[in-house]
Design a protein around this ligand. Structure first.
Ligand SMILES: Nc1ncnc2c1ncn2[C@@H]1O[C@H](COP(=O)(O)OP(=O)(O)O)[C@@H](O)[C@H]1O
Ligand SMILES: [Mg+2]
Length: 333
């Protein structure tokens, strides 16, 4: 593992709740992980498992109308962001941490030219103004490989394809040279070829700049090409975390196994794909104990209580939250 000083971001015991019909329910609970410089951590799980809420909690963007962080810390270079007010968080968002969302059309302003929007981000987050901001915006668009960037500088978002719009969003995210990029399903809306190109670009930018990246996806299939480590979430709980190869070769949690066997693979017939039976419970109807127990082929009576996340004795960097599987291995708490 890295030295403490190399850990730009550490999430510790993060719990975020929403009020639904007058009662508070945890959408994520006791989530802990860290990400090192030049490391990509993938956060995976089916839809509704708490991936976006984890990202929004880190960014201080939990919807205020009915949501709040109820416990835990978000340490950026050792400084806890949770107690910061909106003015202080605005200085951090788009500076130390940038976020890329799934649908670039909703994040770009449809009535402003692309180049202007990148220059605007630079004017907001850096000392650059006027021509200097324009020149740097063009360099950024070239950097994210928007073809004929100079000619297309004054085009509007609707004149760009989905993949090109996502490149523009990446350029905006890079405008402030962030330490950390949080990418929430940035390629999910794109077709497979374009998706692969955007993944390659993100990987390239990460190694060039040494930034840390948290890459969120419901598709474990794209993780192998981009992640160094993988954290798997189920129903608001972090249930397994391991280096990427280790996770693919020795998945421990039955949910991770089920996710892996639902990935389409070139070396397997589509007929072998096993969708996971059942559904992620809504936050208003979470079972007590292990939340996966209802869907789990390995369920034992003990699963009625919540298992802890423990490291395997053979590899403490591989942690799993499962009574059955943790007992199979001798584990170190
Ligand atoms: N504003 C909200 N109010 C109430 N519940 C919410 C809100 N936003 C998200 N949730 C719930 O929190 C859980 C986690 O959601 P989310 O983080 O968006 O999942 P994911 O990104 O993994 O698909 C879901 O059950 C979702 O319905
Ligand atoms: Mg999401």
């Amino acid at each position: 593992m890295s030295e403490a000083g190399e850990l730009p971001l550490a999430v510790d015991g993060l719990t975020t709740a929403f009020r639904v019909e007058g009662r508070w329910y945890d959408a994520i609970r006791d989530v802990s992980f860290s990400v090192a410089r030049n490391e990509t951590l993938a956060l995976v799980g089916e839809s509704g498992c708490g991936k976006s809420i984890t990202a929004l909690s880190i960014m201080g963007l939990v919807p205020k109308a009915n949501g709040r962080i109820t416990a835990g810390r978000v340490l950026l270079d050792g400084r806890d962001l949770v107690p910061l007010d909106e003015t202080e968080m605005e200085k951090i968002r788009g500076n130390a941490i940038s976020m890329i969302f799934q649908e670039p059309m909703t994040s770009l302003n449809p009535v402003l030219p692309i180049g202007f929007q990148v220059a605007e981000a630079l004017r907001y987050h850096t000392a650059l103004t006027g021509e200097a901001a324009r020149a740097r915006a063009l360099a950024l668009l070239e950097h994210v490989k928007v073809p004929s960037a100079a000619r297309r500088f004054d085009d509007y978002p609707h004149q760009f394809s989905g993949g090109m719009r996502q490149r523009v969003m990446i350029a905006i995210a890079l405008a402030c040279s962030p330490q950390i990029i949080l990418a929430d399903e940035p390629t999910t809306a794109l077709d497979v070829t374009i998706q692969a190109q955007v993944l390659a670009l993100l990987a390239e930018l990460k190694s060039e700049t040494g930034m840390a990246m948290i890459f969120i996806t419901h598709n474990l299939g794209v993780v192998a090409s981009i992640a160094d480590r993988v954290a798997v979430m189920y129903a608001g709980d972090l249930i397994e975390i391991a280096p990427v190869e280790e996770l693919f070769e020795h998945p421990m949690h039955p949910y991770t196994e089920a996710l892996l066997s639902s990935i389409p693979r070139v070396d397997r017939d589509a007929g072998d794909l096993k969708p996971i039976a059942g559904q992620v419970p809504p936050i208003t109807a979470m079972p007590s104990g292990c939340r996966y127990a209802d869907r789990c082929p390995l369920r034992v009576p003990r699963c009625a209580t919540m298992p802890p996340l423990v490291g395997l004795a053979v590899d403490p960097n591989h942690q799993v939250r499962c009574w059955v599987r943790a007992a199979d291995e001798s584990v170190s708490a």
